[in-house]
Design a protein around this ligand. Structure first.
Ligand code: ADP
Ligand code: MG
Length: 390
């Protein structure tokens, strides 16, 4: 994020609220390299931060008023929304303001004396593209308030509060990956995260140094049924864990998978969900091992296997995502898979630097030939997690 962006956001804050902000903070969106839908099964994930960030200029208030403004609503013509922190209540707000207010609510619920704020924000994380614009929004607000109110909370603690804001206040049953990625990722690294205890390991992930690139292909598809389907998958995983007598599917070891599937009998739906989660956890561990041993190219087929599992077992892909993966692989990509919640959003493609142009062009042509909306393709380089920028 450039110094210019921070200055511009501070300037707009001053226009809106009549004074300089006390500070400016940034929090990134993310892509998930591997480990999909494992984060609500106590499993493993491996996201990294994007250079795209939500940037917030923030000042404290002592009068219980919370004022919110986003440059990205109605082309910056949306008004300032004014709320009272005492009035904040779960699921009372169906607008974008639920994300930042939910964070204030969660902090206050946890006993932190947040007495109000003026907030102006602007984000370069595309919303609804599976790149976690919502978590970026939550985390940037949480970090700003943590600093300004001197709360002393660590990144993982902020992530937990943001997840609670999204689960309870917004009413979206998301796992802990997105918020932790935004709060805790480091530039040049992917974050190996155990979502059971939030223990973390930063894994060096510098593809450019090895002559490779990672492309993000935003299909621009957002299926309206994704929320209900997400809830169904989550409920199915919980049913599988209950049937197997474990706390979470993470507790089913990979080499006990066949025995576990046998025990599930003819409940084909639950068997498929369980198979995805248990094999996906295994794929995360495989990718970590390959990266740590320097065998980076070998992660390609693991990513591709992850896509097949999401498509065939978890059943959350869509024709556009499958087309990205199939076309990229047919044109020399080392690996490719959908990333994020599914039913649209983005795919990632691992390719040799020399093949990037061919892969990109072939995907664009395939979309045109299929009559799909043109995808947005960009290169993702692991960027920094949330931080103060001014
Ligand atoms: P994702 O996190 O994959 O981008 P979500 O549906 O979880 O998708 O979150 C998108 C929502 O987050 C938007 O509908 C909007 O309410 C909110 N949002 C994201 N970015 C902004 C922004 N810059 N300004 C205001 N609201 C935003
Ligand atoms: Mg989100």
């Amino acid at each position: 994020m450039s110094v210019d962006t921070a200055a511009a956001v501070a300037e707009r804050f001053k226009e809106l609220y009549g004074a300089e902000p006390e500070g400016v903070w940034a929090a990134p969106g993310r892509v998930n390299l591997i480990g999909e839908h494992t984060d609500y099964n106590d499993g493993f994930v491996m996201p990294f931060a994007l250079p795209h960030t939500a940037v917030a200029a923030v000042s404290r208030r002592t009068d219980g008023v919370l004022r919110l403004h986003s440059a990205d609503i109605d082309g910056d013509a949306g008004g300032v929304v004014e709320l009272r922190v005492d009035d904040l209540a779960p699921e009372s707000d169906r607008n974008w303001t639920a994300y930042p207010s939910g964070v204030v609510w969660a902090l206050r619920q946890a006993g932190h004396a947040v007495t109000g704020a003026d907030i102006h924000l602007a984000s370069t994380v595309p919303a609804g593209a599976g790149l976690s614009s919502s978590a970026a929004l939550e985390v940037v607000v949480a970090l700003a308030l943590n600093d300004l109110y001197d709360l002393g909370l660590k990144g993982w603690q902020l992530a937990r509060l943001c997840q609670r804001a999204e689960n309870v206040y917004v009413g979206a049953p998301v796992g802990i990956m997105d918020q932790t990625a935004s709060a805790c990722c480091e530039a040049g690294h992917a974050l190996f995260l155990d979502t059971r205890d939030l223990s973390q390991k930063q894994i060096p992930f510098d593809l450019a140094a090895e002559g490779m690139r990672l492309l993000v292909v935003d299909t621009q598809v957002k299926h309206s049924h994704s929320e209900g389907e997400y809830g169904k998958r989550r409920a199915g995983c919980e049913k599988g864990a209950a049937l197997l007598g474990v706390g979470a599917l993470r507790d089913v070891a990979y080499d006990e998978l066949d025995a576990a599937l046998d025990r599930l009998g003819d409940d084909e739906e639950v068997r498929r969900l369980v198979r995805h989660i248990v094999t996906e956890d295994q794929r995360v561990e495989q990718v970590v091992a390959l990266l740590e041993s320097g065998d980076t190219r070998a992660i390609g087929p693991v990513l591709t296997a992850g896509h097949a599992s999401l498509r065939d077992d978890f059943r959350i892909s869509c024709p556009e995502l499958d087309l990205v993966v199939d076309t990229a692989l047919a044109n020399g990509a080392l690996g490719a898979r959908m990333t994020g919640g599914g039913f649209g959003g983005s795919a990632i493609v691992l390719a040799e630097a020399a093949d990037v142009e061919t892969v990109t062009k072939s995907v664009e042509e395939a979309f045109a030939a299929a009559g799909f909306t043109a995808p947005r393709v960009f290169e993702a380089v692991p960027a920094a997690g949330a931080r103060r920028v001014r």
